[in-house]
Write a new protein. Sequence first.
Length: 349
Amino acid sequence: MKTIRASRFAPYLLRLSPYFLAMVVAFGVIGVLITLLGYNALEAFHTIVFVPLGSAYGLAETFKKFVPLLLATFAYAIPFKARLFNIGGWGQLLSGGIAAAVVGLALVDSHLPSPVFVLVLLLVGLLAGALWALVPAGLAAYFAVNPIISTIMMNFIAVYLVNYVATTDPWKAPLTGHAMTLPLPEEGWLPSLVLGVHAGIIVAIIANAAVYFLMNKSVIGYEIKATGANPIAARAFGIDVKRAILVSLILGGAIAGIGGAIEVMGIHHRLVEGFEMTGGAQYGVLGILTALICAGDPLGVPIAAFFMSVLLIGADAMQRTMGIPVEIVFVIQVLVVLFVVLARKVKLG
């Protein structure tokens, strides 16, 4: 019986072995680099792993990073299935946060019940992210404009819009040294769950499940993947390629917008300039790296996002306790992406 069970799992283990090997090589290289910098590599790796996972506080902080990173990853992962490169997860996440803050402050005297208030702000964030992605989606679908260019340009508009809202009446908070708005009413805050993790994690899990079923169990998911595989053949078989392009980019933007709203509602409780940053990096950029690790697979995204979140918390602890520059985590992330992508190419070849 044991032999049968082992043989049943052998193909899966064989399929995963290149990725495990890639991770080992990546961490081996970074261990050598840390040693050359004069630090203890084993102590560094111990810190990276056990600080995020070895305590209730560390685990809570890891999940707080995990939620926006998971949602920002889909901004790139979904269009990636259509062979579109959405670099606008940053702006789409920001737009969701802006919309949640502005609408939340507009509803201060609405006396809405908290569940309704929270749902309204989440929907507003979703719509804002979708609308922010609509411009590059339309340009790509109808005018063949490369979304790399248009989404990057939209990012900068969103950054300046955050600054405008956070420093302009009637939204700005008075007498603060940092650009931020007035706080949202408490009815619009996401409630805390166990370990102090906010309810945004439930929204993230639901969004992940929805993307999985959409991409793997629906007609539009098939059309998106067919468009990515061969748009000429897809068009010849009657697939509306323009619709697939629009849906993939807009859906990715909508989910990133939810991530921005969750950061405003669950962490800062107001719009704060730079709220989309973590450890010196931006969630939208980290989402691209996360999507590349798992090739945009909806089942792989949460695993890769959690791994990245552990690295972020661990690197911060490593800097505080050992003095190792936090930028080393970005080197780790890049090496992991490079070696995993290489492993995937070798396996396919």
